[in-house]
Each structure stands twice: as structure tokens, then as C-alpha cells.
Design a protein around this ligand. Structure first.
Ligand code: ATP
Length: 333
């Protein structure tokens, strides 16, 4: 069991407030992803849970208990970093076993644990190897195994995949989802990559400038964004935002939520524009459309327009969003 709670937490660095009166509950056993632009305070929150960077005020609770005075090693949490610390002179087995030796676990137990965990992360056949003979992905698995062997009740991961190439990252995302399912442990994962957040999280906590913008499952974050920041942070290309010309209200629609044609389209919300760029991405094509003084991106499964063509775009009312002056979503009902 390991739920985590932040209660009215602030953090200052050099008198500057980096985390601003933050309240958050991270559920037991869930895969929670803290996501947001660089510098928004994600790592700062993770370090508070780990006990390596205390809050300035407020409290951090683990299973309802304030952990401020509990040493990092006694919290039952393990952290996997972006620059994973593995010892180059030790074999994979020795690297994984290292944490256990310090904890005075006996030899037979150690062997059993190392073997079951290596199997879980797909390292069984590499136990005798030195890290220098492994691929980046395999090394990342060693780092994971080193954390797992301590059998923590919370895994903290800080951009663990950012040193891997795109293909390996995609594979490791799937592996981490499976690992989480297998272990049933609380995962708190920090990334600035919205694709990682969308693909792995049970719950996304989207932050900006030390404040939580929205906390919700991926589908909800995507379809029901709280504000323009969320709407534009999640999704590639981001949601299109335009001026309605009334009282500062803005409208928004996602690039894929349109009906587009060279003929007029029937829709409660239509606009006419001109194709300015075309990007063929394989399974879909992206077009940039000039509309008055702004431009929008639209996505089509069929490559059907060319540059300079004039087209009509329609958006269904259930795919149309409205935002107030301050960026907050205006709900239709
Ligand atoms: P990234 O994705 O770039 O790692 P992040 O969201 O994890 O970003 P943090 O590392 O939590 O961001 O940093 C939040 C803010 O706090 C940044 O503006 C950073 O410069 C500042 N900060 C972090 N640690 C310190 C420190 N030890 N001293 C001063 N400022 C710090």
C-alpha cells in the first residue's frame, strides 16, 4: 500500500516560489505521470517524495503519515534517474545485487530475488555481462532492476527514457506498462513528453509554472481540457485556437476533428481558408490552412489537397471548444 499526498505544499529556491500551494493525491498502485514543460517543477515534486529536497511549507504524506522526518532510505521508495547510475566495473548481476548486500539479505535470498527480477525485466541472459557490452535499453533495464530489487512500495522515475532512441523508447513504454501491471506498485513518472504521459499513465498530472493545470486520465485530458494550456500541451499538432471576435472568447478544435473539402461543407461551424503547406506523414497528411490573419493545422487520413487550394472546413459542435479571456474553458452546458 502506498498512496502519496501533497497538502498545501510550497517550495522556494532562492526566495522564488517554484511550487505554489500544491494539493495532490497520488493513488495507491496507479501509474501517475507528472508532465509539463521544462522547469515547471516536476522533478522538485519527485525529490520531495524521495526525501532528497524537502518542501518549504506544507506536508507530504505517505499512506496518510507525514514523512518529513523519515530518512530517504527508510521511506520504501526507489528512484530511477535519467542518467542511471550503474557501476561499469560490476557485472549485471553484481549491479542488481548491490543494494541487497547493503541491506544484509542472505545469499540464497539474494540469488532468488536477482533471478526473478532479471527475468521480469528481460535481463536473465545478460547477468554475467558488463554494462559496457549492453545496449542503452538494456542498461536502462539494469537501472530499473536495481530499483526493483529493493522491493519499494513506490517507484519514482525521472525521465528514465530520455537517453534512448525513438524506437527503443516506444518499446520501453510498453515494457514499463507491463512491469507496472505485474508489480501493482505505485509508479510516479516524470516526463516533459506528452506522448509518454498519454501512452502510459492511469492519471496524468499536467503542470505549468508550479501549478497543477489538470489531473485526469489521458482520455479526459485530451477530450476535456480545463484550459488552453492543457488543450495545446497535449496532442500533436496542438489544438487550433482562434478568436471569435466577441468579448475575448476564443474557440478551439483539434486538427483531426474537421470535415474538409473543396466544396462547401454542412456544419454548424465552418470557415474557409487556403492550404499553405502540406506534410505527408505516411498514414496521414497535415495541412496548414491560412484563415484571415491566423493559420490552422488540419489532419486528414486521405491526401486530398494541394498547396494554394481554397478549401472549406467544418467542425462538429461536439468537437468545438470555447475558452474565456484567461484561457479557462467555457463549458457549453
Ligand atoms: P525539467 O523537465 O527541465 O527537468 P522540471 O519540471 O523537472 O524540469 P524542476 O527541476 O523541478 O523542473 O525545477 C523547477 C524550477 O526550480 C526550475 O526553474 C529550476 O531552475 C529551479 N530549481 C530546481 N532546483 C534548484 C536549485 N537547487 N536551486 C535553484 N533553483 C532550482
Amino acid at each position: 500500500m502506498a498512496s502519496i499526498e501533497f497538502v498545501n505544499v510550497t517550495k522556494e529556491f532562492e526566495k522564488k516560489e517554484i511550487i505554489k500551494d500544491l494539493n495532490l493525491r497520488i493513488e495507491d498502485g496507479k501509474f501517475t505521470v507528472l508532465v509539463g514543460p521544462s522547469g515547471c517543477g516536476k522533478t522538485t515534486l519527485l525529490r520531495m517524495i524521495a526525501g532528497i529536497g524537502p518542501q518549504t511549507s506544507g506536508s507530504v504524506l505517505l499512506n496518510g503519515k507525514d514523512i518529513s522526518n523519515i530518512a530517504p532510505g527508510k521511506r520504501g521508495v526507489a528512484m530511477v534517474f535519467q542518467n542511471y547510475a550503474i557501476y561499469p566495473t560490476m557485472s549485471v548481476r553484481e549491479n542488481i545485487e548491490f543494494g541487497l548486500k547493503n541491506n544484509k539479505v542472505n545469499k540464497i535470498e539474494r540469488k532468488k530475488l536477482v533471478e526473478s527480477i532479471s527475468e521480469a525485466v528481460g535481463l536473465s541472459e545478460y547477468l554475467g555481462r558488463k554494462p559496457s557490452t549492453l545496449s542503452g535499453g538494456q542498461r536502462q533495464r539494469v537501472a530499473l532492476a536495481r530499483a526493483m530489487v529493493k522491493q519499494p512500495s513506490v517507484f519514482l522515475m525521472d525521465e528514465p527514457l530520455s537517453n534512448l532512441d525513438a524506437k527503443l523508447r516506444a518499446q520501453m513504454r510498453i515494457d514499463l506498462i507491463e512491469l507496472h501491471k505485474k508489480l501493482g506498485t505505485t509508479f510516479v513518472y516524470v516526463t516533459h513528453d506528452q506522448v509518454e504521459a498519454m501512452s502510459m499513465a492511469d492519471t496524468i498530472v499536467l503542470m505549468n509554472q508550479g501549478l497543477i493545470q489538470q489531473e485526469a486520465p489521458p482520455e479526459e485530458i485530451y477530450h476535456e481540457p480545463n484550459n488552453i494550456f492543457v488543450a495545446q500541451f497535449i496532442g500533436t499538432p496542438p489544438m487550433n485556437i482562434g478568436e471569435l471576435g466577441v468579448d475575448g472568447v476564443r474557440f478551439g478544435f483539434r486538427p483531426e476533428s474537421v470535415t474538409a473539402s473543396t466544396e462547401p461543407v454542412e456544419s454548424p461551424f465552418t470557415l474557409q481558408g487556403e492550404v499553405t503547406t502540406r506534410e505527408m506523414l505516411g498514414s496521414e497528411t497535415l495541412y496548414q490552412i491560412r484563415y484571415k490573419e491566423t493559420s490552422f493545422m488540419i489532419k486528414s487520413l486521405i491526401d486530398k489537397f494541394s498547396v494554394n487550394q481554397k478549401i472549406h472546413i467544418g467542425v462538429n459542435s461536439d468537437k468545438l471548444y470555447f475558452f474565456a479571456d484567461d484561457g479557462d474553458r467555457i463549458h457549453k452546458d
